[in-house]
Design a protein around this ligand. Structure first.
Ligand SMILES: [Zn+2]
Length: 194
């Protein structure tokens, strides 16, 4: 059973990496998040195998308006393909959510230990994406917070249409300021999936 539990505020894990304070504006449209009823935060990490630590690659906050815009740019063909991939993993996702809600494990560690869709341990991922929804200043435990492994992202990338990939590239360029060294990263389409 999926319930909705509000964290008191936003866990510092979802703060901005540089300032160690909560995001204040939408990365896309720069609207203040204080006036935004709900928004999404996503962070992508790379595992540094030598130092055995996770390093942040990029992060952003996106208001629901911009998230919906991004979602609308997903082609019909890609949307069907994405749904098929998610459907293949839905049983595991639902089992995990049921367990976490039933046992009231409302702490980030429990939710972010393994890929929400494939069950792959996050410490074994080269790259992974973590996202959450914030509502009126509180992080929501419901379907998320989610963590998506490199394994699942690759599955998604394989089925996306060219148009959809280009639409996501535009978001990525905005987030990255067009930094070319990040070109080969897997871009998580989390905002578009909501
Ligand atoms: Zn926005």
């Amino acid at each position: 059973m999926i319930r909705k539990f509000l964290f008191d505020g936003i866990p510092s894990f979802f703060y901005q990496y540089d300032t160690k304070t909560p995001f204040v504006q939408c990365t896309m449209c720069e609207t203040s998040l204080a006036t935004s009823e709900s928004y999404v935060i996503e962070k992508v990490f790379k595992q540094n195998k030598h130092l055995n630590v996770s390093e942040i690659v990029y992060e952003y906050a996106i208001c629901m308006h911009c998230a919906n815009d991004a979602g609308a740019k997903i082609s019909h063909e890609s949307r069907l393909a994405i749904n098929r991939v998610i459907d293949d993993h839905r049983e595991l996702l639902m089992m995990k959510l049921d367990y976490l809600h039933r046992t009231e494990k409302y702490n980030l560690e429990s939710w972010l230990e393994r890929c929400s869709l494939t069950g792959k341990e996050i410490r074994r991922c080269n790259e992974y994406a973590v996202s959450c929804i914030v509502e009126n200043g509180n992080m929501v435990f419901e379907q998320g917070p989610m963590v998506v492994s490199d394994e699942f992202m690759e599955k998604l990338q394989n089925v996306l249409s060219v148009e959809t990939k280009q639409a996501f590239d535009k978001i990525r360029d905005k987030v990255f300021d067009g930094s070319p060294s990040l070109e080969d990263l897997i871009f998580s389409p989390a905002p578009g999936l909501i």
